[in-house]
Ligand binder design. Structure first.
Ligand code: FRU
Length: 483
């Protein structure tokens, strides 16, 4: 942490300058991953939304591209998705060029001011040069607002069994599914969720996808909500269930969270990645996103995560794990076996932890409380731990450096341990301004940002009662290639 941009993430995407929020239109096409994002190029707080654009060959190293979509007479460009229209159902394709089609919400500030409730509607844009430049469809909007104030964030996917497009749309306190043969004309199929899940805030940025489980597809519906997250502010809940092209039927009525940390919001999956389901989220929280002490930009994405399912006590739970492409950052690792931690064990020298950028993998029997402390010489610390009595993991950033910019920021957050195994395992990815914790194979996940006054280059394990760590692997992350 030094130089002019001390909190600039090193292996997460952040725009060179100005405000970013949700990831949008993520799609893999011809060997390139495209990330679009909610972007305000004239300021470092939220403003009239554009779609920024970045591309990557591996989802790890990103190149920022020119802005893809600008506001127009129909409104600002809010969140949405993009698809590869392989069969040219839209007819946008010309001369054999496959169109990429973006489906997004137009948010009309003029209608909003006039107190209309119809100021959000869905529109299209398409690209005939593999995502470089975009043309708005002349027939916009393609889905009018029936009179629902929050009517946004279309996530569109192809539903092969019935050869039609399905749009999953956030409609205030529920999800509405629509279908279309051509992306241009949409019919309502069903509604879901007005009496299920968490409702502490408005529903936003949904996603519906299937994940292979025991050789069968299981449908997963993600719904971001703001506020009302398990640790305050914004967060993403999920439902597992069945989908028949019309209706989503959940397996369970329990509220489940994809990531308990405060800093993974509006995450959705990439289109066109085959069997692999890969998600990236916005690594911030509406509670303080516009106040975080970074300049001249605000916000970053989470690392890409592969989503899966795991059965625990007869329940199907969603798992998240860092994608394998991230291993390209791995430096020479240090491995320690059967390490006894009693009180305090300083790993700083052994691991040569100088940059504070690393991956830590650790396995231990879940027999006692312990913590992993990231610290610096200024007395700042981020504490990641396991509390046996409460059966939860936690991240405490209350003493992590700059916290005063918002009163709720400097807190300790928890995630229940969902695994029933006697051994616990942790994978942590630490960047200069974030930690992403994946416990027990990605069953318990937390993402947190922080802003220390200097590099967190000390690494200490603590356990008052004492714990035997079966295996510990520290891998420095080499970001020389730059992000
Ligand atoms: C989620 C969200 C979306 C909306 C966008 C506006 O963070 O509120 O619902 O489309 O941000 O920037």
């Amino acid at each position: 942490v030094g130089g002019p941009e001390p909190h600039r993430p090193r292996f997460h995407f952040s725009p060179k300058a100005h405000w970013m929020n949700d990831p949008n239109g993520m799609v893999y096409h011809k060997g390139t991953y495209h990330l679009f994002f909610q972007y305000y190029p004239d300021g470092d707080t939220w403003g009239p939304m554009h779609w920024g654009h970045a591309t990557s060959k591996d989802m790890v190293s990103w190149q920022e591209q020119p802005i893809a979509l600008y506001p127009d007479s129909l409104g600002y460009i809010f969140s949405g998705s993009a698809v590869v229209d392989v069969n040219n159902t839209s007819g946008f394709g010309k001369n054999g060029q496959t169109p990429l089609v973006a489906i997004f919400t137009h948010h009309n500030p003029k209608l909003e001011k006039e107190k209309s409730d119809k100021f959000q509607y869905q529109s299209l844009a398409y690209s005939l040069d593999d995502g470089k430049t975009w043309t708005k469809y002349a027939g916009n909007p393609v889905l009018n607002n029936p009179g629902i104030t929050d009517f946004r964030d279309p996530k569109v996917r192809w539903y092969e069994p019935q050869k039609k497009w399905i749009m999953t749309l956030a409609t205030k306190d529920r999800i509405t599914f629509f279908s279309s043969p051509d992306l241009k004309s949409w019919s309502k199929e069903s509604e879901f969720g007005q009496d299920l899940g968490a409702h502490g805030g408005v529903w936003e940025c949904p996603d519906l996808f299937s994940v292979e489980h025991n050789g069968k597809p299981v449908w997963v519906l993600l719904v971001s909500i703001n506020p009302g997250g398990p640790n305050g502010g914004s967060a993403t809940q999920y439902f597992t269930g069945a989908f028949d092209g019309k209706t989503f039927k959940p397996f369970s009525t329990k509220t489940q969270w994809m990531d308990y940390g405060p800093d993974n919001y509006a995450g959705v999956t990439f289109a066109n990645t085959g069997d692999r389901v890969v998600l990236m989220g916005w690594m911030s929280n509406w509670q303080y996103a516009q106040q975080v002490p970074t300049s001249p930009w605000r916000s970053a994405t989470t690392v890409p995560r592969q989503l899966g399912l795991k059965e625990v006590n007869k329940e199907l739970l969603l798992t998240s794990s860092p994608v394998k492409e991230l291993n390209a950052l791995d430096g020479q690792s240090v491995q320690l076996k059967n390490l006894t931690v009693k009180e305090r064990y300083d790993l700083t020298a052994k691991t040569k932890n100088k940059t504070g950028l690393f991956k830590l993998e650790l396995a231990a029997p879940a027999t006692a409380d312990f913590s992993i402390v990231l610290a610096n010489g200024k007395g700042n610390e981020v504490v990641i731990g396991y509390d046996k009595g409460a059966n939860h993991y936690y991240i405490d950033r209350s003493n992590a450096g700059k916290t005063a910019f918002e009163k709720g920021f400097g807190k300790k957050h928890t995630v229940p341990r969902l695994s029933s195994e006697s051994n616990l395992s942790l994978t942590m990815l630490v960047d200069v301004a974030s930690v992403e914790l994946f416990a027990d194979g990605g069953l318990s996940v937390m993402s947190e940002i922080f802003f220390p006054e200097s590099t967190l280059d000390q690494l200490v394990l603590k356990s008052a009662q004492g714990i035997q760590i079966t295996n510990l692997k520290y891998t420095p992350l080499n970001v020389a290639k730059g992000v």
